[in-house]
Write a protein that binds this ligand. Structure first.
Ligand SMILES: CC(C)(COP(=O)(O)OP(=O)(O)OC[C@H]1O[C@@H](n2cnc3c(N)ncnc32)[C@H](O)[C@@H]1OP(=O)(O)O)[C@@H](O)C(=O)NCCC(=O)NCCS
Length: 154
């Protein structure tokens, strides 16, 4: 049985994060964008690693920020190799406690209405839909997809 360990950082390893992002979303995210996204105060990154015997393997990540009393999940993904093993759940538990420590009263996120895995996951974590954004995402085939804004009270 392997363990999931989630570490927090305000200055994470950018190349490791970019590699994970590519794996999780199957699309590149230029390093510079990740760095710029996390530059403002109140942002943080979480890395979930699976330790299996002598190996420690990056399995998932989350990026978040807090502004005043509102926290927001900027991005969250788990490598296809490690899905359905509770990695996202571990990342979310850490996100929730970190947002509380930073005095946030609620945590928001956006999710595409076509993303069944993420929608099921967020509902399971007790997020509630509070708004819908028309045509918020543009997919690789150029189609536009609505996003749901979801919220959990902390
Ligand atoms: C959505 C995602 C983060 C889930 O990560 P994960 O580590 O596999 O999730 P967990 O193992 O912690 O799952 C927790 C629960 O979420 C739900 N869930 C997760 N993946 C699911 C799927 N593919 N289908 C249905 N329910 C799913 C289940 O209820 C699951 O509990 P269970 O395994 O006991 O049934 C992952 O599929 C992913 O990275 N997808 C691509 C990136 C993405 O869409 N990110 C979110 C953008 S808003």
């Amino acid at each position: 049985m392997s363990d999931i360990v989630v570490t927090l950082s305000e200055q994470p390893s950018w190349p490791a994060l970019a590699d994970l992002y590519r794996e999780c979303f199957n699309e590149p995210w230029p390093l510079v964008s990740i760095e710029n996204l996390l530059r403002p105060p109140g942002c943080w990154a979480q890395l979930a690693e699976i330790s299996d015997r002598d190996l420690i393997i990056p399995a998932g990540f989350a990026l978040a920020r807090v502004v005043h009393d509102e926290a927001e999940v900027l991005s969250l993904g788990v490598s296809p190799r490690f899905r359905r093993r509770g990695v996202a759940k571990s990342l979310m538990r850490t996100l929730l406690s970190c947002a509380r420590e930073k005095s946030a009263a609620s945590l928001y996120l956006e999710v595409g209405i076509d993303n069944n895995a993420a929608l099921t996951f967020y509902k399971k974590m007790n997020f509630k839909t509070v708004a819908r954004r028309k045509g918020y995402y543009r997919r690789a085939d150029r189609s536009q997809v609505d996003a749901l804004v979801m919220k959990i009270v902390l």
